[in-house]
Design a protein around this ligand. Structure first.
Ligand code: UD1
Length: 420
């Protein structure tokens, strides 16, 4: 296993080219199951979650080859309709194959995502929605089995706005017979990008970018090529890296308009930010001001940036409150930040940060992808050496993380370790 060894105290200065969106690719890839043929997905991030999705697609009979950031997919010979536990347990987004498989092939058997109980959450909306489109759903030995002669268009209202369930139903409804109306649908940029890709493949979708999507099902779709949108969460992480170290960065190949909530909060914290078409420049002089955030659905502040914001607030003199309305218990990073000397208390779905305390290096453990990123950010300002264990979580979503951080002045290296 790998760990990061980070020496805090350096100011980050320079340029970073942002990768394609991990969550964008994870939606585009399963969509290729909807029409046999070859696809070329450019700007695909070369990272662990994409490798996991590629392996899953290959196990279905597709051929996925990632060459740098060019992903080639051939879905001509799909021979299996089953997503086994070994793939799904690694990545919840594997559940995305359910909609396309049942819609195109009339049958799908997909393992329930790891750690989730059958019941009202966390994939109930995916299943209720597919049932509304006429799929027969059953649970067999930890697997969801979905069957349908052909899905039939229908209306479906999402009780809770869900990125994954919207993606699954969009894909499924594209090949259904008749028209579907999805209301309170997710409007996250990765879903909008998926809808645009489906339209390129021949789908008929109205209301793209809004919470009301009307899909007129078609009999067949065809392959298309696509350029994956920039990763807004990676962008936000580097913006916060600049802000926390009092640095100056230029982020290229990104989309500032996908990040308006984060940019507004960074400005409130005292950062100077300039945006143009596909670039963001940020400069921070001195320490950030304490700023509260509430993570909510797009275009609000993203839950995937909540833990990084908590790290930033450790550097601010004063009290700030970080609230997560999407995942109320997403605070696994807090006990690890406390090991670095942070003063943070979790109350209900909020972290209350008393910032301005000196942080000192320690060995800490990444419990998930974004929690890991927040530990790296905190380590950048901690005195002495911090070791971040379980880097494989961070590798799921950050391409060349330590090389990019090194290139802008961070003292970080990847080291093999026996510690787990
Ligand atoms: C996606 C992102 C993830 C991000 C999250 C919220 C991908 C691959 N992952 O995850 O990085 O943190 O959106 O922006 O794109 N819910 C239900 N029932 C369901 C589905 C969801 O109650 O069937 C609830 C969840 O518990 C959560 C909320 O809906 O409270 C939003 O979750 P959702 O948008 O579905 O997250 P994911 O698609 O899993």
């Amino acid at each position: 296993m790998d760990k990061f060894v980070i020496q805090g105290g350096n100011r980050l200065v320079g340029r970073v080219k942002i990768s394609g969106a991990k969550n964008g690719s994870l939606a585009l890839m399963p969509a290729t199951l909807l029409a046999p043929g070859t696809y070329h997905l450019k700007n695909t991030p070369n990272l662990r979650d994409v490798w996991t999705m590629s392996r899953l697609m290959n196990s279905l009979g597709a051929f996925c080859e990632l060459n740098g950031n060019e992903l080639f997919i051939d879905t001509t010979n799909i021979t299996s309709f089953e997503a086994p536990y070994e793939h799904v347990k690694k990545m919840r987004a594997s559940f995305y194959v359910l909609g396309p498989l049942v819609s195109r092939y009339g049958y799908a058997k997909v393992s329930m995502p790891g750690g989730c109980a059958w019941g009202p959450r966390p994939v109930d909306l995916h299943l209720k929605g597919l049932e509304k489109l006429g799929a027969e759903i059953s649970l067999e030995s930890g697997y969801v089995v979905a069957k349908a002669e052909r899905l039939i268009g229908n209306r479906f209202h999402f009780d809770v706005s869900s990125v994954g369930a919207t993606g699954n139903l969009l894909m499924a409804a594209s090949l259904a017979k008749g028209t579907s109306l999805l209301t309170n649908a997710a409007t996250e940029p990765e879903i909008t990008a998926l809808a645009r890709f489906l339209v390129k493949m021949g789908a008929k979708i109205d209301g793209i970018g809004t919470p009301q999507l009307e899909i007129e099902g078609v009999d067949s779709l065809h392959p298309a090529d696509e350029i994956t949108i920039p990763d807004r969460i990676e962008t936000a992480t580097y913006l916060i890296a600049a802000a926390i170290t009092g640095g100056k960065l230029e982020l290229e190949n990104t989309n500032p308009y996908h990040l308006t909530a984060v940019i507004a909060k960074l400005e409130e914290a005292g950062c100077d930010i300039d945006v143009n078409a596909d670039k963001i420049s940020i400069e921070m002089n001195g320490k950030p001001k304490p700023v509260d955030i509430t993570a909510t659905i797009y275009p609000g502040f993203p839950t995937d940036v909540q833990s990084q914001w908590t790290a930033l607030m450790l550097a601010a003199e004063g009290t700030s409150k970080i609230t997560d309305t999407i995942y109320p218990d997403r605070f696994k990073h807090v006990p690890e930040l406390i090991r670095l000397g942070a003063n943070v208390e979790v109350v209900d779905n909020s972290a209350i940060v008393q910032g301005g305390r000196k942080l000192s290096g320690a060995t800490v453990m990444a419990s998930d992808l974004r929690a890991g990123a927040s530990l790296v950010l905190a380590a950048l300002i901690a005195e002495g050496t911090t070791e971040v264990l379980r880097v494989y979580h961070i590798d799921r979503g950050y391409e060349n993380f330590e090389q990019r951080l090194q290139s802008i002045g961070a003292n970080i290296k990847r080291v093999k370790t026996d510690l787990v």
